[in-house]
Design a binder for this molecule. Structure first.
Ligand code: 6PG
Length: 245
């Protein structure tokens, strides 16, 4: 069962940072590393910037942190649309993480080759059948997509690959994304949802019949892990009371 936490702006950021710091310390203590798949889009930018603040970043052993991207736009790494660029601007420039621990998607390649190449990199890092990230950060679009798993798109039917190219229907742009099975192999998934524009869809996600083809985020259910929804009041404003802890 997922935990739902609803906060105001400040508490939201503080909680997101606290969860990251706690998870980093616990996983590094257990296994000597902390592997994270980062979310893209605009919502997490303020979290990355908060994590980069001196009083927060000093609480993380960056030498042991490995950052991956849960999804990426098929654009050059210095493109304003790039999730790598957004994370570099808000986090990477400010924290002492070794370059070799930053695993960006090589979008300079042809999109399908970039997907294969990234999956190879994931397989080098994660032994076993699926990439068991210590933490996967996700957002949710107003259509219920997550990562770059959009409603009615081919990537939703992918059963064996870890990372694939997928066509974003709206703007007909190519994306690259973890598959649902790869996301669900995580130890912990945290979904960041903020803003009134997400409230109606979020209510549907929790109350409508489960149908990941229509609302992909409904397919996120860690097989052997936990899930936390970290919402602000606006995004959570239409959730039935029984869902809110
Ligand atoms: C991306 C994200 C995507 C995002 C949602 C929400 O690359 O855009 O991975 O899944 O999380 O679209 O985006 P906002 O945070 O901008 O609302």
């Amino acid at each position: 069962m997922a935990e739902i936490i609803i906060y105001d702006e400040n508490e939201w950021l503080k909680t997101a940072v606290r969860l990251f710091v706690q998870q980093a310390a616990a996983n590094i203590a257990d296994r000597g590393a902390f592997s994270v798949a980062l979310a893209g889009g605009s919502t997490p930018a303020s979290f990355y910037a908060a994590l980069a603040r001196p009083e927060n970043q000093k609480r993380v052993d960056w030498e042991k942190v490995h950052l991956f991207w849960g999804d990426e736009r098929h654009v050059p790494q210095d493109d304003p649309q790039s999730n790598f660029q957004m994370v570099k601007k808000n986090l990477l420039r400010a924290v002492p993480i070794p370059d070799e621990n930053v695993h960006r998607v090589h979008t300079e390649m042809d999109v399908r080759f970039a997907a294969f190449s990234y999956e190879e990199e994931l397989r080098r890092f994660f032994p076993g059948d699926w990439p068991r990230f210590d933490l996967v950060l996700l957002g949710m679009g107003e259509d219920g997509h997550t990562a770059s798993l959009f409603p009615h798109t081919a990537a939703l039917n992918e059963e064996s690959r870890w990372f694939v190219a997928n066509l974003a229907p709206e703007k007909k742009t190519w994306r690259l994304t973890l598959t649902m099975n790869a996301i669900n192999a995580a130890r912990l998934v945290i979904v960041f949802v903020r803003g009134a524009s997400k409230a109606d869809r979020l209510r549907e996600v929790f109350t409508a019949t489960k149908d990941p083809w229509e609302m992909p985020i409904q397919g996120v259910e860690p097989v052997d892990g936990t899930m936390i929804w970290l919402l602000d009041h606006e995004a959570g404003s239409k959730l039935p009371k029984e869902f809110v802890s």
